[in-house]
Design a protein around this ligand. Structure first.
Ligand code: C2E
Ligand code: MG
Ligand code: MG
Ligand code: MG
Length: 292
């Protein structure tokens, strides 16, 4: 056809699949068997109590080492897993792996810490989370006080009643509930008084320019005051510099998490940090051994 139009005529073909759609199909295909092929793993990032300087918890962060795609960021593949419905089974795997890991650390004699697990809104909306958490705690033998679930604001404002009853059930099991990425969602503050939340995480977007951007500093201060007023523990995420640490400490923020203390690391490295009592010193922030 193109030929019959003559030698100097160009034909432009609309590709059937755009690069983005093709990329997406490749990812969906690779993600489908990722769990079975053992391509998923967890890294752990310590959370530091500014009172003692010691590690009080570790957040489990999902990693995907794809045979085809290499290392894929959770920011890229979790939304895809959510759309495919895969987040339910992946989420169960994350929960089980993190609980079993934390129990293994305790059985090895490490000082106990909480493990914090991110929960997708879809896991809550599925309605089965309390049952799955109860079963996982039973199977792994982890004491519920050492499990924390991180929820985001998006889930608090959808299906409010159903979500509330599940959060209450989870609290009854004895697990800790925290609100992740605070301030980035549709912050209607009403749900803060309705939901029995234990902890609030100041999003790294507010921490990033906290020492140079007065508006971010104001939001951080207001968030700390709000948490204290509501009886919640407040932690700042994405803390990268001593200046950020000092400012957060000065406004009463109780805990921090970020590259300043440690990046997310494989479980063996987290165990070494906890075992050695790696700690953050506020006057200068050099790392030292807290225990002898
Ligand atoms: P998040 O739960 O808010 O986790 C914090 C993210 O900030 C992590 O990114 C962490 O590596 C990164 N981070 C920590 N400290 C610093 C810092 O000092 N500076 C900077 N620039 N970044 C820092 P990551 O691991 O890429 O995870 C991204 C997001 O993916 C998470 O945000 C969470 O929403 C989601 N995610 C990760 N694992 C899971 C999971 O198992 N289940 C679900 N549903 N979501 C997960
Ligand atoms: Mg989180
Ligand atoms: Mg966060
Ligand atoms: Mg985030």
């Amino acid at each position: 056809e193109a030929k019959s139009r003559g030698r100097n005529t160009y034909q432009f073909f609309e590709p059937v699949l755009s690069a983005g759609v093709l990329q997406r199909l490749v990812m969906e295909n690779a993600l489908r068997g990722a769990m079975e092929r053992n391509e998923l793993l967890l890294h752990y990032q310590p959370q530091v109590d500014l009172g003692s300087g010691g590690i009080c918890a570790a957040e489990a962060l999902l990693r995907w080492r794809s045979a085809e795609l290499g290392l894929v960021s959770p920011a890229d593949f979790i939304p895809v897993a959510e759309e495919m419905g895969l987040i339910i089974s992946i989420g169960e795997w994350v929960l089980r792996t993190a609980c079993a890991q934390n129990k293994a650390w305790q059985d090895a004699g490490l000082p106990p810490i909480r493990v914090a697990v991110n929960v997708s809104a879809l896991q809550v909306l599925a309605g089965t989370l309390p049952g799955i958490v109860a079963e996982t705690l039973r199977d792994t033998g982890l004491d519920p006080r050492y499990l924390e679930l991180e929820l985001t604001e998006s889930v608090m404002i959808r299906e409010v009643e159903a979500t509330l009853s599940q959060v209450i059930e989870l609290k009854r099991l004895g697990v800790t509930i925290s609100l992740d990425d605070f301030g980035t969602g549709y912050s209607s503050l009403g749900y803060l008084s309705r939901f029995p939340l234990d902890r609030l995480k100041i999003d790294q977007g507010f921490v990033r320019n906290i020492t140079t951007e007065p508006k971010n500093a104001a939001i951080a201060r207001a968030t700390v005051a709000l948490s204290q007023g509501l009886g919640m523990v407040v932690i700042a995420e994405g803390v990268e510099t001593e200046g950020q640490l000092r400012y957060l400490h000065s406004i009463g923020c109780e805990e921090i998490q970020g590259y300043l203390f440690s990046r997310p690391v494989p479980p063996e490295e987290l165990a070494v940090m906890v075992g050695q009592g790696k700690a953050l010193s506020l006057d200068g922030t050099e790392l030292e051994s807290a225990r002898t």
